[in-house]
Design a protein around this ligand. Structure first.
Ligand code: AHR
Length: 307
């Protein structure tokens, strides 16, 4: 904090004296907006000061934000890395300054696990596997080839890499299931729409779109409708997240299946920060609990959906 020294060194601080810097990915999706709101609300409730920055999906902006938190001698730095690689230098700077780092939502691809105290977030490979399992079951009796378009998340981001991996692994069980095109839509609705528009032209026989998040799936719906086709019927859609707009499209029959990815990480992040402040060692890996939704389940869950 302002008087220097990190929480871990100087013994516990009163919560209202703690300062945490959070370097967010951006505001690319409904998921991200819900995540930011939840984190801000949790800090508000805990009475811990939050310095918040939005990197607009650019790693260089996130690195700048982290460096500025180091300079300001915050007690803890938390961040959700835009991409997996390229963090060792700045994380070593935080380590040298004695500032503990917590990863939320996305992982870094670093061999040195001492660069962060805890990683709180989803198992993205498992999410991809769940999406793949639905596709495998849906086409269990098919003897014809099934053409799949994959809308990838931000290139190099953990959820894009892992969701592709989990999905590919599961659908490999049925050789009829073939990913005929796979391109990034950068986790945005506009990106999903644009890529789908182009890929529908080059792949007119497509049967299913697997989008790495709801927003890209919602963009795909717009492109499919603009092409005079019926989303959810002519072309099936499977997505990840289960934010309100996605759930609405699922309930409306325009999406066929959604794998949940929970953005509600605020309360658990506060718990980790409190543990660090108390000199305790938080768990190195905390996995978010998540479910999946069919169309019927979405209709049931929608009225209570908070985000
Ligand atoms: O890292 C989580 C992913 O990032 C969400 O699935 C996506 O919607 C967001 O942009």
């Amino acid at each position: 904090g302002a008087d220097g020294g990190s929480a871990a060194e100087g013994g516990p601080k009163p919560l209202d004296e703690l300062v945490v810097g959070f370097a967010q990915v951006g505001a690319e999706s409904g998921w991200r907006t819900a995540n930011t709101k939840d984190i801000q609300a949790a800090f508000e409730e805990a009475g811990i000061e939050l310095k918040f920055s939005d990197a607009q999906q650019k790693q260089e902006n996130q690195i700048k934000a982290i460096r500025s938190y180091i300079q300001q001698q915050v007690d803890v730095i938390a961040f959700s890395p835009v991409v997996e690689t390229g963090w060792d230098a700045v994380l070593n700077e935080a380590k040298a300054a004695g500032i503990p780092v917590v990863l939320t939502d996305r992982a870094v691809d670093s061999k040195d696990e001492s660069l962060y105290v805890s990683f709180l977030g989803s198992d993205f490979v498992l999410e991809g596997e769940k999406a793949g399992q639905w596709v495998l079951d849906e086409y269990a009796d098919t003897t014809e080839p099934v053409e799949i378009i994959q809308l990838e998340g931000t290139t190099g981001a953990a959820p894009a890499i892992d969701r592709a991996e989990g999905f590919a692994e599961v659908i490999a069980e049925n050789p009829n299931l073939e990913v005929v095109a796979s391109q990034t839509g950068d986790f945005t609705r506009a990106g999903g729409k644009q890529v789908t528009e182009a890929l529908l032209k080059s792949n007119p026989g497509v049967d299913l779109i697997y989008a790495h998040n709801d927003d890209m799936g919602l963009g795909a719906i717009e492109a499919i409708e603009a092409a005079g086709l019926v989303p959810g019927e002519d072309i099936k859609i499977v997505t990840v997240d289960a934010v309100k707009d996605g759930m609405q499209a699922l309930a409306d029959g325009k999406i066929n299946f959604i794998v949940e990815c929970s953005p509600l990480l605020g309360a658990q992040l506060i718990e980790i920060i409190t543990q660090v402040n108390d000199g305790e060692t938080p768990e190195k890996r905390i996995v978010t609990e998540e479910t999946t939704f069919t169309q019927e389940q979405a209709i049931e869950a929608l009225p209570d959906r908070q985000y």
